[in-house]
Structure formats: C-alpha cells, structure tokens
Design a protein around this ligand. Structure first.
Ligand code: ADP
Length: 170
C-alpha cells in the first residue's frame, strides 16, 4: 500500500473513497463536510438521513459510507473526529479509530484507494502536529495494508502539508 501526501481540495480527488470529517448528526456542517455536501449534491445527504433513521447518527471514532454523488470519487466515508478537549478525554485513541474504521469500511466496500482530510484539525481544534503523528502512525501500522493500493493524505493548509511531508518523507 502506497502512502502519499498532497495539498489539494479533497472534493477534486478521483479515488474509490474520500473520507469526510463529519459530525455525529451526519447532517452536514462547515469545513470539509460543507465542501463535500455542496459539491457532491443532495444524494449524499439523502443517504446520511437514511443511516440516521437506521442507527441514529454516527459516534465519535466510527464511520459510515454513502455514495459520492457528483464528486469524482466513488464513495464518501463519513467519520466523526473527536473534539479536542485538553487531551485527557481519549482524543488520541478516538482520532486513531477514525482512520482505522474508515479503512476497514473501505475494504468492506471493495475500495482500493482512499483519500483522508486532516480530521479534527479544523473547528474541532485537535493540535495539528499531534493529529498528523497519529494519522501517519495509524495508517503505517494498519494491519490489512495488502488489501489496499493507496492512501492519500489530502492537506488543505500549508501547516498540515509541511507536517505530513516531514513525517512521510524521511
Ligand atoms: P473538523 O470538525 O474535524 O475539525 P474541519 O472540516 O473543520 O473538520 O477541518 C478538518 C480539516 O479539513 C482542516 O485541516 C481543514 O483545513 C480541512 N479542509 C477544509 N476544507 C477542505 C477541503 N475542501 N478539502 C480538504 N480539506 C479541507
């Protein structure tokens, strides 16, 4: 499994699954979530509403999958990152779970290429440095790498892009 880092808008990436940094309501929000729903169109929200009716939203660290609507990707995997609350509230494990559970769901849906945004580093205020370390560490230690072709970290801001490059290009 290849691991890449790019600086881009994740709504432009043609992979089997793009991951969304959603919130537990699954009803959309700002940041990357807003961009995905805006560009992907209403079919994504319609599926999110069906999932809500079935299971009542999505817990922190968990993931659900929908169509990608009008996006160039095939699927959107919605995962709910932890809100940073000082660091003693299980934030690290919950963030790591987002990456692991998203990849498991990707594999269950025959996806081979997956693009991640920098989960929780926007309005959820997870420290970027720590979040990048957890993301890279979790992906590098993922057990079923042979079932995937490529994971792309899609950074949106320069700070994250520099952090990921440092961690990945050694
Ligand atoms: P969270 O609530 O998990 O913090 P945000 O969407 O606020 O989610 O931010 C998560 C990360 O996504 C931030 O680093 C932000 O810069 C980035 N981001 C925002 N828009 C996009 C986009 N269109 N493509 C990729 N990343 C984005």
């Amino acid at each position: 499994m290849k691991i890449e880092v790019i600086k881009a808008d994740i709504t432009t990436i043609a992979v089997d699954a793009v991951v969304n940094a959603a919130n537990s309501s699954l009803l959309g929000g700002g940041g990357v979530d807003g961009a995905i729903h805006r560009k992907g169109g209403s079919s994504i929200l319609e599926e999110c509403i069906k999932i809500r009716e079935r299971q009542g939203g999505c817990s922190t660290g968990e993931a659900v999958i929908t169509t990608a609507g009008n996006l160039p990707a095939k699927h959107v995997i919605h995962t709910v990152g932890p809100i940073w609350n000082g660091g003693n509230n299980n934030e690290d494990l919950l963030l790591s779970n987002c990456y692991t559970n998203s990849l498991r769901l990707a594999i269950d849906n025959s996806c081979k290429t997956v693009a991640f945004p920098n989960i929780s580093t926007g309005v959820y205020h997870f420290p970027k440095n720590k979040a990048a370390q957890i993301a890279v560490d979790t992906i590098q230690h993922f057990k079923q790498q042979e079932l995937l072709d490529k994971v792309i970290f899609v950074c949106f801001d320069d700070e994250n892009y520099e952090l990921y490059k440092k961690l990945l290009i050694k």
